[in-house]
Write a protein that binds this ligand. Structure first.
Ligand code: SAM
Length: 216
């Protein structure tokens, strides 16, 4: 992700101590949490890619207490924010945030095998080749039977279906022509190419989708 992205791509503001607040993360948190309670394994290891402020993972870890959660985030102030939210919530099932560039080749070797890998709101901000690397690495970082959940905005079979999506996608492409919304049919192929089984695509509020995939 570069510094030239439109401001709306990732809005955060200070929220006291090291905490940052992302209004979008709080808006979509409950719907994502409900979806995870339905499709995620109920115990084992969970890794979140691009945890952002940490406002998501504290809700997920409270709702799914028998999963042990590992937040990851490349940005240092955001890692401090994640750890601050976890400390404030007193959660025992969340490890300190670690730095992870999910598009780097080989990162799967640096983490234990996971029963769940979750990612929200990154795929539209990186190029297609980086998305493919991310999915390949995530598949390798999962235990057999593990679940991958990819949440965010997508172009349905390549078509943008709301005015807001058209505007956001075009602002992203104006900032960097290599990024923007990914097509659902491409995502399905890339998930399959990584050796995962496409289980379901779940409709989410605000025209977002969750891709659920499983490692055989
Ligand atoms: C739009 S924010 C989403 C944060 C959070 N998942 C949410 O939904 O609120 C995108 C996040 O991806 C992180 N990020 C950017 N490039 C990344 C990469 N290559 N690997 C992992 N995370 C990345 C950013 O630091 C930022 O926190």
């Amino acid at each position: 992700m570069t510094g030239t992205l439109p401001r709306t791509a990732s809005v955060t503001r200070p929220a006291g101590d090291a905490k940052l607040h992302a209004p979008a993360a709080v808006r979509n948190r409950d719907a994502i949490c409900d979806m995870l309670c339905t499709f995620a394994p109920q115990n084992g290891r969970a890794l979140e890619i691009a945890s952002g402020t940490g406002e998501h993972i504290v809700a997920f870890a409270a709702a799914l207490p028998n999963l042990h959660w590992q937040p990851t985030e490349p940005d240092t102030p955001r890692r401090a924010s994640i750890d601050a939210y976890v400390a404030e919530a007193g959660l025992q099932n969340v490890s300190p945030a670690i730095a992870l560039d999910a598009t780097a080749v080989g990162w799967h070797k640096t983490v234990p095998q996971n029963d769940l890998i979750f990612l929200a709101n990154l795929l539209h901000l990186i190029p297609a080749a980086s998305v493919r690397k991310l999915i390949t690495e995530a598949a390798l970082a999962m235990a057999p039977g593990g679940t991958l959940v990819l949440y965010g905005p997508f172009a349905r079979d390549g078509v943008l279906t709301s005015e807001g999506d058209v505007q956001f996608d075009s602002a992203l492409r104006a900032a960097d022509p290599s990024i923007g919304y990914k097509a659902t049919n491409d995502l399905t192929c890339w998930i399959g190419d990584a050796g995962l089984i496409n289980v379901k695509v779940v409709e989410m509020p605000a025209n977002n989708l969750s891709f659920i995939a499983r490692k055989p």
